[in-house]
Design a protein around this ligand. Sequence first.
Ligand SMILES: C[S@@+](CC[C@H](N)C(=O)[O-])C[C@H]1O[C@@H](n2cnc3c(N)ncnc32)[C@H](O)[C@@H]1O
Length: 606
Amino acid sequence: MATGQTTIDVGATPMAPQASGQKQHGKRPFQGPQRKGAKHRRKQKTVQEGSHEEVLLADVQALLASQKLAGDFEGDAAEGASAPLPEPGSEIEVEVVELSSTGDGLAKQKGSDHIYVVPFAVPGDTVKVKVYRHNRDEGYTAADFVSVVKPSPLRDDSRIRCPYFAKCSGCQFQMLDYDEQLKIKKNIVVKAYRNFSQLPPELVPEVLDTIGSPLQYGYRTKLTPHFDGPPGNSRRGPKKAHQSMPPFGFTPKNTRKVLDVEDCPIATEAVRKGLVEERARLAKEYGNYTKGATVLLRENTKRVPKASPSDTPAVPEGIPPTAVRVETDAHVDFKTCITDQNATSTEYIDSFVFTNPAGAFFQNNNSILPPFTSYIREHILPPPPPPPPPAATTTTTTTTTTTSSSTTTTSKKKPIRYLIDAYSGSGLFTITQSALFPGGSVGIDIADKSIAYARRNAALNGLREDQCRFIAADAPELFKSVGAYDPDETVVVLDPPRKGCDAGFLRQLLRFAPRRVVYVSCNVHTQARDVGMLVRGAVDEAGGNVPGGGGRDAAAAAAAAAEGGGQEKKAGARYEIESIRGFDFFPQTGHVESVAILNRVDAVDS
Ligand SMILES: C[S@@+](CC[C@H](N)C(=O)[O-])C[C@H]1O[C@@H](n2cnc3c(N)ncnc32)[C@H](O)[C@@H]1O
């Protein structure tokens, strides 16, 4: 594959979750996970928190450290030692030893400890790769996948359904059994909390099994294929138009050139049809373009109720005959593909209806939303208190674990009546969970348009303003308008963009001290960082991890806070983690969503 600058174009690949209103992450020096005994220090480098690069660096560093501990560390790769490395462009064979949480294989050449980062490969594979770039400071070499020399027992290439697999950067796992993918994703969550929460292991409960997606292909309701401008056009000066159909598709691994893609089997049928139609349009109209462009493909559903199970409603007006028809006993859904960013897209989750500006954020896998919102519904309130123990006949000594929620679920507590949905978008949680909150629900989002649609969605789902209201503002503003909510009776749902929560927001959250927090995240690494801060009850000024807050220090801070003293008792409440579970919104990719449930630790439990 090509040489040139490595780009991770999150907005352009089919797998990448996209959020409108998503700001660039703040850049600050990489701190990374803290490990005892790791002598190989990288140079201070600026990377985005929770980014692909930071996560990869953490995994490379961990592998280098484990090699050193195991005594099989021959080279000195982490400090960019002078051991000769193969020339960029040369082809070598490597064995994949583990998977990074980025979905890339970490591999070694026989007789060497140098790490190669290899896409589209799984542990146990021997693969031929083309050396792409040496990152000596970081202790690894990026390589392009060429071919499988000896397959891993985990690999079965007959599972691969996409002709672009191992070229397009959208999917990484099509060669794997789905159960194996779920196991890998569970491990990604485990590693995220180990590497980025800065919490001692005893404060993190065992991560639960990842819940799979009902659809493992044909699930993606949004794609954004793109094409480049004509070659040779400069910023200034006359622009010539395309002379032939440009490649139209997605970004391959390790190159900026667009990969021409005719089909994407992880997308829904309606979106796949949209891709075919947009290709046909571009084939006619490419001569009008002097610049590149990104095209939105977003599924839209028109639901027509049926009078009886045998009823066959006609195609409604305005719906093309090519619409995909999905029928149940109760209704027919006509599914089409929208390309106008400002048009309204509609989708259903069970019997809830959601409308959105087609170009704005909404979850991209509709098939998992019913089980996902049910899971939130089943866990958004504290579990019932455990039954009283039977009268003891003998005296025994019991030990309570720090992750138990029993301290927060005694029967003397007030019932939870209020829901705050921070980063609410168009109201997914505010609306689907509203029935559980007699005091009312409030959602907040920075995107005005999403909030306008959230209000409309509440009305469409039969909710009055006193049941469900929305605020268009930066998340920290929330705390000005929830004065009437008793924190003891309030649960806060958080679902921030990939960068996680801002420090200011977390500090105010700790000061407000809601009884329970449900943290939903599309980036488990920033989630682990933020959850670590909630557990310590301390947020540093830079908005990230408390310096020195890892390992025993975190336990000490947590203990000191519990005793009502200690320098990290800064912001108010402190939390304990009840559960952590991954959800597979993006099968075939290395991406995992995560739900962490936290309970406030009360100084005196009552
Ligand atoms: C991952 S989306 C979640 C949306 C919604 N919970 C859902 O599932 O549809 C993150 C949301 O955070 C919003 N957002 C980003 N920065 C924000 C901020 N500083 N304050 C409030 N909302 C913000 C975005 O507009 C986006 O709707």
